[in-house]
Ligand binder design. Sequence first.
Ligand code: ATP
Length: 266
Amino acid sequence: AAGPAASTPPAGGITYEDIGGLDEELDLVRETIELPLSEPEVFARLGIDPPKGVLLHGPPGTGKTLIAKAVANEVDATFISVSGPEITSKYKGESEEKLREIFAEANESAPSIVFFDEIDSIAGQRDDGGDMENRIVGQLLSLMDGLDAREDVIVIGATNRVDSIDPALRRGGRFDREIEIGVPGEAGRREILEVHTRRMPLADDVDVDRLAARTYGFVGADIDSLTTEAALTALRRARRDDSEVDLATVEVTRADFESALAAVEP
Ligand code: ATP
């Protein structure tokens, strides 16, 4: 039995609401992925092939995985997550077989999204790699070419090093869309801060605008750490000040964010 793909965490209920900033990027992703999955016949009618692959590239922690999960969730597609490094290490010698299994599973459970995290580790330039790398890239190419336009399977690859992807994979019919997911600016950071403090009881003295201005260089993952650290600081503070404190009343204050800012670096 093929069994589940390398790792198959569910898309985890992630929605577009969980993504801060990245409005334009998200629009592009939706345009590229939602329509082919929800209404593949539109493309057939127009006599064009729907896109099969999208490459999301940018620094770590900027939301590439988040976007892939959100799209899968919003279009009700099966989300199959595959770690690139795992394919070459854990399934060493059986990497191609593993890839075939993953695509077979994707076809069976279509509509589906196959998400390759750190795809550069399995799709590096063939010239640079050894025999094994060459075979894996070759297998991935042929599996993507083999995806029938009517089979609503879309492959999303994420990478921090788009230049190291084999050019053959970046041609039409394969990963023919590339969307850059960059480091957020101040407005983006503000939105991400809002996402991560949405369910947090904030004290009145917390100024999210000010936090956005003070977190230059932070990506989404850093902001996630920052808000978590601030909340934990609030908890520690409350217990230190009053061992009988009702934890249900604890609020996260500006001072808690100050401590967190001192502890979390981008
Ligand atoms: P990597 O290349 O390391 O896999 P990535 O770009 O896939 O990074 P994610 O895994 O999507 O990054 O993000 C990690 C965590 O950071 C998310 O679970 C989320 O909590 C937070 N995060 C990142 N970007 C955003 C964002 N734009 N809005 C809200 N949260 C974000």
